[in-house]
Structures are given as C-alpha cells and as structure tokens.
Design a protein around this ligand. Structure first.
Ligand SMILES: *[C@@H]1O[C@H](CO)[C@@H](O)[C@H](O)[C@H]1NC(C)=O
Ligand SMILES: *[C@@H]1O[C@H](CO)[C@@H](O)[C@H](O)[C@H]1NC(C)=O
Ligand SMILES: *[C@@H]1O[C@H](CO)[C@@H](O)[C@H](O)[C@H]1NC(C)=O
Ligand SMILES: *[C@@H]1O[C@H](CO)[C@@H](O)[C@H](O)[C@H]1NC(C)=O
Ligand SMILES: *[C@@H]1O[C@H](CO)[C@@H](O)[C@H](O)[C@H]1NC(C)=O
Ligand SMILES: *[C@@H]1O[C@H](CO)[C@@H](O)[C@H](O)[C@H]1NC(C)=O
Ligand SMILES: *[C@@H]1O[C@H](CO)[C@@H](O)[C@H](O)[C@H]1NC(C)=O
Ligand SMILES: *[C@@H]1O[C@H](CO)[C@@H](O)[C@H](O)[C@H]1NC(C)=O
Ligand SMILES: *[C@@H]1O[C@H](CO)[C@@H](O)[C@H](O)[C@H]1NC(C)=O
Ligand SMILES: *[C@H]1O[C@@H](CO)[C@H](O)[C@@H](O)[C@@H]1NC(C)=O
Ligand SMILES: CC(=O)N[C@H]1CO[C@H](CO)[C@@H](O)[C@@H]1O
Ligand SMILES: [Cu+2]
Length: 545
C-alpha cells in the first residue's frame, strides 16, 4: 500500500545552536510500485520506499549522501536544488555538466556544505527522471531564523502534477516530428505530498510555517488557504520582509515559506485549494480560450476532526501575489555596475531532423560526452574557449564580475527559469505581453528579491543579476522538465581560472570509467581543445534509458 508524507512533519524545538556535524544518508535508488493518484505504476524511490525521504540538516552542517544506483535498467544522477555547492561544484549532480551518468550497480558519494538555511529539494537531473518520482524535500534549518519566534510548528506541503505514463513514453510522443505544436505531455492529476494525507491537524490560535514546495514537471499551481492570510517569509531559501498574500502561484521548482495563523476562536475546519494551472497565460485579460482549472485538490486544515471536513474552497479569480515585488530581508541592493550581459531569446525550434526542440537564440542544448566541469578542470588556460564545450551554450563569466541575464520569452506560455549555484536578483519581471526587453524602457528594482527560480511571463521578459563569486559550471534552464529534455539549457562557466586543476572525487571519475566516458579534454575528450572529432552535433531522435 502506498503512503505519502504525513504533512505535519516537524514540531519545533527551539534548539540551541549545535556544533557543525555531518548528516549521512545511505540510499539505494530502486523501483517501487506506487499509486499516488489511485493508479498504480512503477516510480523511482529510495531504499524500496516512495515518496522519497526528507533530508534535514542545520545551517553549517555537511550533508553526505551515499547513492547506490540499483535501478538495474537506467543511469541516474542527483541534484540538490537551490544548494550553491560552494567549493563542491562536482556535487551539483547535473549529468553531462557536473558528473557522468551513474550506471546501475555503481555508487557515488555526494557531500556538500549547507551554507544557507531554507526550503530546498533534491531531484534526479538525468533523463527526465524526477516526474517518475525521484524527488524529495531538503530542509536546512536555521537556529538564528529571524522569524523563529513567530511560529509554533512547521508543515511541509509539496505540490505536483502527476503522470500515469513513465517519462520515456511521454518523451517519445513529445520529441517527435508529428508534434508540430511543441505540445508537452498533459498530467493526469495534481497531487499533494506525493499522494499523502491532505488533512493537516492544526490548533486554534497557533501559527504554522508552511514550507510549500512545487516539484511539478510542468505546471504551476495556485494555492489559497480559505480566507486566511499567508505571511511569506522566505522564497527559494531567501528570507524576505514579511509580506501577507491571499494567493500564491507556485511555479515548478519554486518554494514559498509562509506563516499561517489559525484564528483563536476557530470553530470549524479550513479548506485549502491547490489548482493546477494548465493555461498558457493565466493573466490573459481577454483570453482567447476560457481559463480552465481541471485538476484541483482541496485539502483541509483540521482544527477538530469531529467537525465537517468535506468542505471545498472555490475561488472566483486567481490574482496571485506578484513575487517580483518581495523585499529582501537583508536589504541587499541591486548589484552594480553590470560587467557582462547575456541576452537569451527563447522560442521553440526544429533540429536538423525536423524534431521539435526548444532554443535560446535558435540554438538548442545538445548533451556531450565529457561533463563540462571536467573539461573546465582539465584544459588549463584553454578552458575559457567556449567552443571546447560543444553545443551546450557555454558562456564565460570571470570571477567577481556582475552578470546580467536577460530572458526574452517569445512563447505564448509562462516558463520558470532556474540557475544552479546562485540566488539571482530579480531586477525586473514585467507582465505578460510586454514584448522584448529593450535597454531604454527597463525599470530596475533597486532592492530586488533573490530566488533561484523565476516564472517569465508569456511574450515578455525578465532581467536577473548575479555576482560571479562561486567558481563552477552551472546550468541555466527552464525548469519545465519537458523543456529541459527539449534542450532549453545553457552552461555558465563561472570563474574558469579558478577551475583549473579542480580535483574531481575518485568515485565520480570511476562512474565515467564504467560508462566508457573520458574525464579530461574537450567535449569529446580530445586533449586538443580545437579538435571537434566526436562532438555530438545532432540531438538524439530516440529517447531510451
Ligand atoms: C542497499 O542495497 C544493498 C545491496 O542490496 C544492501 O546490502 C543494503 O542493506 C541496502 N541499503 C539500504 C540502506 O537499504
Ligand atoms: C507520425 O504520425 C504518422 C501518422 O499518424 C505515423 O505514421 C508516423 O509513424 C509518426 N511518426 C513518428 C516519428 O512517430
Ligand atoms: C507547480 O509548478 C508547476 C509548473 O510550473 C505548476 O503547473 C503547478 O501548478 C505548480 N503546483 C503548485 C501546487 O503550485
Ligand atoms: C477548480 O477550482 C477553480 C477555482 O475555484 C474553479 O474555477 C474550477 O471550476 C475548479 N475545477 C473543477 C474541475 O472543479
Ligand atoms: C541572442 O540574440 C540577441 C539579439 O539578436 C543578441 O543581442 C544576443 O547577444 C544573442 N545572445 C547570444 C548568447 O548569442
Ligand atoms: C535556425 O536554425 C535552423 C537550423 O538549425 C536554420 O534552418 C534557421 O534558418 C535558423 N533560423 C534563424 C532565424 O537563424
Ligand atoms: C591551449 O591551446 C593551444 C592551441 O590553441 C595550445 O598551443 C596550448 O598548448 C594549449 N594550452 C594548454 C595548457 O593545453
Ligand atoms: C522579439 O524578438 C524576436 C527575435 O528574437 C522576434 O522574433 C520577435 O518578433 C520580437 N517580439 C516582438 C514583440 O517584437
Ligand atoms: C526499467 O524498469 C522499470 C521497472 O520494471 C520499468 O517500469 C521501466 O520502464 C524500465 N525503464 C526502461 C528505460 O526500460
Ligand atoms: C493519463 O493516463 C494514461 C493512462 O491511463 C492515459 O493513457 C492518458 O490519456 C491520460 N492522460 C490524460 C491527460 O488524461
Ligand atoms: C597538479 C596539477 O595538475 N597541476 C597542473 C595544473 O594545470 C597546469 C596547466 O594549467 C599544469 O601545468 C599543471 O601541471
Ligand atoms: Cu519551459
């Protein structure tokens, strides 16, 4: 029988600051049969169980995960979403960028420093595996949480779209010349806490910190808790000035931490609504199609289980809080001046075989043999030559530079963009249908919020800034997993001069050896960076594990 998370996971003990420690997990990655929406299917779990376990540590700890691939028929790799991997870029888990695919019957250790408190998650960064179940919450607790006196207990709430078919099947249909609409797979359901209990026991007069995590493959969700305010205190692991909101729109991969207070005189239960947004542009004023919300989940904040728990919440209109207007808790000003700019025009495209792909500036990401980090670590002075990395959209930024990234979304749908290794400043993110960015009209937020995933509106743009102070090789990509598989990624080579002679752990190198993949040289493993023999220049046309 399948059991999801019980939502009320953590009762707070306002513990003393403890000495930094290492938190260790031993995980076998295994197939498990589960039915989170009532339909049974194989999912990817940990130690023969699913949903996958929670990883918890305190800020300042090391997290160590021994990952043994026992899937038998698929390779894998594990990414820790939102963790910056300071001095440990080889632990970022993106297959083809930071490591080789981990073959069956092989193990690697992931060890990283929990540098920043917050709500994160981990997921496979390989072959669209996370919609097949391989994802879980990663919570870094903060003994010095500035809001710790404002709440009594914590609740983790995960939201997701769900597919009854497995990723490889869905991909064969999507990445197919017949798919001239670039249509993604449509989910069968919305699930809360991976199919677990949606009833959350609460007590009148108490305040709860909801850690809301969206790990959808595709769709965003709207969430509203009856008429209760959500006081947002953190977004993607960045504290913000406490800000009350009635509705939030949670894009794939985003997290919101919100305080919800149950009225002291509560004499009923409070339904909450999670509605999957399968519309292209929820903000359409005069939609060409009526907006539809077919996949709702109503949960319940239960103050008294003897009272009615069957209520549902309906909402007249979704007008979520504009998340580009949160104020950073630490008042960190916008990074200036800009040293380098990267302008990315996103649109769909076709590859040379006529297969639908997703492109930045008419180029799609094509996975290479040698992980880009290993190339950066082995080419010495030539690791600044972007051509050495193959068609992965390599872009070099030097240590300490302020980089501005502009994304023009030429598509009719909203897309959530994510950068590994950084919390970017969201300098501006105008409304749907604003058109392309132009230097003249841009309005800069002097006190921008920082987060790691930002939804960019349809036919509009967003501007992000980062300070290049974390040497490493980092993907920037759309966090719709289907669009990653269509090639909507680029590769940021940050501070290449500090990556020369970077030492990759032996167990990671062993995984490459087992796959027959070279661990030095350019994208094809050639010692001469200019030798393109063996580069992959055409995206694959079949999608197999
Ligand atoms: C992982 O699998 C190995 C081999 O089957 C087994 O010996 C070990 O106990 C498993 N570990 C866990 C934590 O289940
Ligand atoms: C595209 O559709 C046609 C007709 O439905 C079918 O015969 C063909 O095999 C499909 N092509 C691919 C690559 O699946
Ligand atoms: C999660 O994000 C996906 C993708 O953007 C979205 O479709 C879905 O509605 C979100 N779910 C929730 C509960 O916010
Ligand atoms: C989902 O909820 C929204 C908002 O209350 C409502 O408009 C919509 O009709 C609901 N969908 C279904 C299938 O009940
Ligand atoms: C993409 O195209 C735009 C406009 O044509 C250009 O300004 C920009 O530099 C290009 N970006 C890249 C990464 O080539
Ligand atoms: C985009 O690239 C394709 C080939 O990959 C080419 O046929 C097409 O002309 C390019 N379009 C533009 C606008 O450069
Ligand atoms: C860098 O590439 C040049 C050829 O372009 C080569 O002469 C030089 O030896 C290379 N440097 C290193 C450290 O490999
Ligand atoms: C935005 O720029 C793209 C080229 O990258 C162009 O095709 C498109 O028409 C422009 N959109 C508008 C609204 O001007
Ligand atoms: C691997 O095995 C699982 C469990 O039997 C199956 O559901 C899945 O489709 C297989 N994957 C591939 C790529 O064949
Ligand atoms: C999801 O379920 C599978 C298996 O039952 C069906 O084949 C799909 O048609 C269905 N998809 C949707 C969008 O309902
Ligand atoms: C220890 C080591 O591998 N040193 C190498 C670092 O990289 C330079 C080239 O950039 C080599 O010359 C060193 O041998
Ligand atoms: Cu996308």
């Amino acid at each position: 029988m399948h059991r999801g998370y019980h939502p009320l996971l953590i009762i707070l003990a306002h513990a003393q600051r403890s000495l930094a420690k290492t938190v260790t997990y031993d995980w076998n990655v295994t197939w498990v049969f589960a039915s989170p929406d009532g339909f049974g299917r194989p999912v990817i779990g940990i130690n023969d169980a699913w949903p996958c376990p929670i990883v918890e540590a305190d800020v300042g700890d090391f997290v160590s995960i021994n990952l043994n691939n026992q899937l038998g028929n698929e390779t894998t790799g594990l990414h820790f979403h939102g963790i910056n991997q300071i001095s440990s870029n080889f632990m970022d888990g993106a297959v083809g960028t930071n490591q080789c695919p981990l073959p069956p019957d092989h193990a690697v250790n992931y060890r990283f420093y929990a540098d920043s408190p917050g709500t994160y998650w981990y997921h496979s960064h390989s072959m669209g595996q996370y919609p097949d179940g391989f994802r879980g919450p990663l919570i870094i607790h903060d003994p010095d949480d500035p809001y710790k006196d404002d709440y009594d207990a914590e609740v983790i709430l995960t939201l997701s779209d769900w597919y009854r078919d497995q990723t490889p099947t869905l991909m064969e249909t999507m990445i197919n010349p017949n798919n001239t609409q670039f249509a993604p797979p449509l989910p069968n359901s919305t699930i809360v806490n991976d199919g677990g209990n949606t009833h959350i026991s609460v007590k009148a007069g108490k305040t709860y910190r909801f850690r809301i995590i969206n790990w959808s493959a595709m769709f965003s969700t709207f969430i509203q808790f009856d008429s209760l305010d959500m006081d947002v205190i953190s977004i993607d692991g960045s504290y913000v000035k406490r800000q009350s909101a009635q509705q939030l729109r949670v894009s794939a991969a985003q997290r919101f931490d919100a305080l919800i207070t149950i009225p002291g005189d509560a004499d009923r239960n409070y339904p909450y609504l999670v509605a999957l947004d399968i519309n292209q542009d929820f903000a359409d004023k005069d939609p060409p199609r009526p907006l539809v919300y077919l996949l709702n989940v109503t949960g319940m904040l239960v103050t008294d289980s003897d009272k009615d728990t069957s209520g549902i919440l309906t909402v007249d209109k979704f007008e979520p809080f504009d998340d580009s207007t949160f104020g950073p808790y630490d008042d960190e000003a916008v990074y200036e001046p800009v040293d380098k700019q990267l302008v990315l025009n996103f649109d769909y495209c076709y590859d040379v075989n006529g297969y639908p792909r997703a492109c930045f500036n008419n180029s799609t990401y094509i996975a290479q043999k040698v992980p880009a980090l290993y190339t950066a670590a082995s080419l010495g002075e030539n690791n600044t030559e972007t051509a050495a990395y193959g068609p992965v959209g390599a872009f070099v930024v030097e240590y300490g530079e302020i980089l501005e990234i502009v994304v023009n979304n030429n598509n009719d749908a909203i897309h959530p963009f994510h950068l590994h290794g950084h919390q970017f400043q969201v300098v501006t993110r105008p409304a749907s249908q604003t058109g392309n960015w132009s230097a003249e009209d841009v309005s800069i937020n002097d006190l921008p919020p920082r987060r790691d995933t930002v939804a960019v509106n349809p036919k509009s743009y967003a501007v992000f800034r980062i300070k290049a102070d974390n040497p490493g090789v980092f993907l920037f990509h759309c966090h719709v997993e289907w669009h990653v598989e269509m090639g909507l990624s680029i590769t940021l080579i940050e501070a290449p001069d500090k990556l020369r002679n970077y030492t990759i752990p032996q167990d990671h190198l062993d995984a490459c050896d087992a796959m027959g993949i070279p661990t030095t040289g350019n994208a094809a493993g050639n010692e001469d960076w200019e030798d393109t023999d063996g580069f992959v220049t055409v995206p694959p046309t079949t999608y197999t594990g």
